[in-house]
Design a protein around this ligand. Structure first.
Ligand code: EPU
Length: 416
């Protein structure tokens, strides 16, 4: 991309990756035909569809709709070749255990944002009555019918909350998940489960109460809008001193992030189906601390660091969720950013402009942030390994072009 353009115009957001993948897994809970709409057309959805096929489901993905046929008897094993490509596939553990009374799911391992524990997933499922061991790289879980209980999470883990929820809906009796995650994607999953016939109360609060039922029915469900993609466009408007209307977005899901942009000098207004962000001067630096929802999302931390890199003043950004999420900063520094890290704190001293250079995306959100940084860098910035960005942002380049960015996607031969 060649820096200098101001993003202006309208962009529309699809359903959330981090919801759609879990909704697809939750479909395993009910035999029959399930339809999911507003599903983003990204690589992760295709991988999850393939995983479900290996579990004997029929799965088609087209035009933002996933059609699933879940048979009466499903397989209970998720292989490493798929799990390693999609860490979120661990979310089939709860549904498989609930449906089959057993599950073998490959251990996903770490990734580019740090080591990612599963202790709360395992501890919670054990409290529900599962016996879990680790064998030859697989988590092996067995149970008769799970039995409701009270589970207290040490940290409001999104993935653990989802696995426990999808296991508990078919358990005998009542399960209480305390210190549950409150992300909108959990609310979306609860909405789908309840329309399937589950009895879950408390979505959006820290306590989920689940009265187990004997069986669930398949449904049609629309995925909640992607707040991280919407937030990326909001920060894109601010960093380029642009004016972007984000459609099909829920401003209430981004309250703190949008408030930070207002503190940075942007005007943010709510529209009929989303919000508009307009920035007319150089942004001011604002401090940010990532926290579980409703705190500032860790998935927008790289983009907010890119914004701070060209803001007036110094900002302290604290990352509390993923230990490795500052790894992309070395790439941002290649663009001339002045960032120093100490543990989970980063001090960003804003510069008037960055300077284009070749950089490498290390994960989805880092990749998007480097693109935003490239938009405000002098000269040309090449972002390599954009397959990471493809995992979370469908049609990113055409959308950037439609908003006025001078950017193109090119295939290059990689040296062996
Ligand atoms: N953790 C544990 N033990 C557990 C579970 C989690 O130590 O049993 C730790 C993790 O290692 C991490 C922290 O707790 O340090 C938060 O993990 P959490 O379980 O909340 O996150 P996740 O379910 O693994 C999802 C999203 C992430 C998003 C986080 C936080 C999906 C597929 N992933 O991850 O999204 O950052 O919640 O909101 O839903 C992304 O989209 O780029 C992404 C990484």
């Amino acid at each position: 991309m060649r820096g200098g353009a101001r993003l202006a115009g309208e962009v529309s957001v699809t359903g959330a990756k981090n919801s759609a993948l879990k909704l697809m897994a939750a479909a395993l809970l009910a035999p029959g035909h399930c339809t999911l709409t507003a599903v983003p057309e990204i690589a992760d959805v295709a991988i999850m569809a393939e995983l479900l096929r290996r579990l004997r489901c029929a799965a088609t993905v087209a035009d933002g709709t996933v059609e699933l046929d879940v048979p009466d008897r499903i397989e209970s094993e998720a292989d490493y070749d798929l799990v390693r490509r999609l860490r979120a596939s661990i979310c089939v553990l709860g549904p498989l255990l609930a449906r089959c009374g057993e599950a073998r799911v490959a251990l996903p391992g770490g990734d580019n944002i740090g080591s990612r524990g599963l202790d709360m997933h395992i501890g919670g499922l054990e409290r529900l009555g599962a016996v879990i061991t680790s064998e030859h790289g697989f988590l092996v879980a067995t149970a008769g019918r799970l039995t409701g209980t009270t589970i207290w999470l040490e940290f409001p883990s999104v993935g653990a909350t989802e696995n426990l929820l999808t296991a508990a809906v078919l358990a005998k009796g009542t399960t209480v998940i305390d210190n549950a995650a409150r992300e909108p994607e959990i609310g979306d999953l609860v909405a789908m489960l309840n329309s399937m016939g589950a009895q879950v109360n408390g979505a959006g609060s820290s306590t989920l109460v689940i009265d187990g039922v004997d069986a669930l029915s398949p449904v049609a469900h629309q995925t909640v809008p992607d707040r991280v993609v919407a937030g990326t466009w909001a920060i894109g408007a601010a960093i380029t001193r642009g004016d972007v209307t984000v459609r099909n977005a829920v401003p209430g899901h981004l309250e703190i992030a949008l408030d930070k942009l207002v503190s940075a000098g942007a005007t943010v207004e709510t529209t009929v189906d989303g919000f508009r962000v307009c920035m007319q001067q150089r942004p001011r630096s604002v401090d940010v601390v990532t926290l579980p929802y409703p705190g500032f999302p860790t998935d927008l931390q790289p983009a907010i660091i890119a914004l701070a890199a060209v803001s007036d003043g110094a900002a302290m950004v604290t990352e509390n969720i993923f230990e490795g999420r500052f790894m992309f900063i070395d790439e941002l520094v290649r663009l001339g950013a002045d960032v120093r890290t100490d543990g989970h704190h980063a001090v960003v001293r804003g510069r008037p402009r960055l300077s284009g250079a070749p950089v490498r995306a290390t994960d989805i959100r880092a990749g998007a942030a480097l693109v935003l940084a490239g938009l405000v860098a002098d000269g040309v910035t090449d972002v390599a390994e954009v397959h990471h960005i493809d995992r979370g942002y469908a049609g990113f380049v055409p959308q950037l072009q439609a908003l006025g960015a001078d950017v193109e996607r090119i295939e290059v031969d990689v040296c062996p």
